[in-house]
Design a protein around this ligand. Structure first.
Ligand code: HEM
Length: 220
């Protein structure tokens, strides 16, 4: 992919990821956040965290299934946007719901399993955000970086459980997200199985490069 095309694609992703925040600000400005503004803001930020997190996890499966390499260039950006959204989501919970009452917040994390899962997801995204710089990728090496960044799947599993456990009976959305995550994980497991089989048979290098190889280079 040419440099201008890559820049245009990244610009597009920036626009798509910032649009929900802009819309939220616009609605807040117009006093249009519904009967329960705190809940509306929390839920909107939670929804977008999950969407962007799953989008970041879809980039490698797109390469595996369709042989496309350009989605890999967006993975880091999407992951960072997911982290920004979850920080805002968490900030609303800690500031507007608890006003930094740490003992009550801690009790809530231990008491409500869906909050425990949300926290686990947030905490597992921290090392990923912290190692997202080019310098850290170079220091860790692409292979170790890719290994560490598999934590994103754990974060996504916790995030989906968070949504499943908080949703009211009859709400179907969390099941759609769970299905999407199962498909994304399934593609990775299928690719892993294929590589193991190929290695066992002692065949030559695969047509599509394995995860963690140069083609999976996060700096590409
Ligand atoms: C990656 C991490 C997280 C993701 C993907 C996520 C996602 C979501 C989603 C999708 C919703 C429901 C939105 C809706 O109903 O439309 C939600 C609601 C909520 N989340 Fe999270 N969340 C995460 C982390 C957290 C954390 C760390 C906390 C607090 C410690 C938290 C607290 C809440 C609360 C209080 C609600 C609203 C529940 C209600 O409506 O009663 N979340 N989140």
């Amino acid at each position: 992919m040419t440099r201008p095309a890559r820049l245009a694609l990244k610009g597009f992703v920036w626009g798509v990821c910032l649009a929900p925040l802009a819309l939220l600000a616009y609605r807040a400005w117009n006093d249009d956040l519904g009967a329960n503004p705190i809940s509306f803001i929390t839920n909107t930020l939670g929804d977008w965290t999950l969407r962007i997190l799953l989008a970041s996890l879809a980039m490698t499966p797109l390469r595996i299934v369709f042989g496309l390499s350009w989605p890999i260039t967006l993975r880091r950006l999407l992951g960072l946007f997911a982290f920004v959204y979850v920080c805002l989501h968490f900030a609303v919970w800690s500031v507007l719901d608890f006003f930094f009452d740490w003992p009550r917040m801690w009790a809530d994390i231990l008491k409500r399993p869906y909050i425990t899962m949300g926290m686990l997801a947030l905490v597992s995204l921290i090392p990923l955000a912290a190692t997202s710089t080019t310098g850290m990728i170079r220091r860790l090496g692409a292979r170790n970086w890719n290994r560490l960044h598999r934590l994103a799947y754990f974060a996504a599993v916790c995030a989906v459980l968070h949504y499943l456990w908080l949703a009211k009976v009859g709400v179907k959305d969390p099941y759609w997200y769970a299905a999407a995550l199962v498909i994304l994980l399934g593609v990775r497991v299928w690719e892993w199985g294929r590589r193991v089989m190929r290695r066992r048979r002692g065949r030559a290098a695969p047509a599509s490069p394995p995860v963690g190889s140069r083609a999976e280079n996060p700096l590409s």
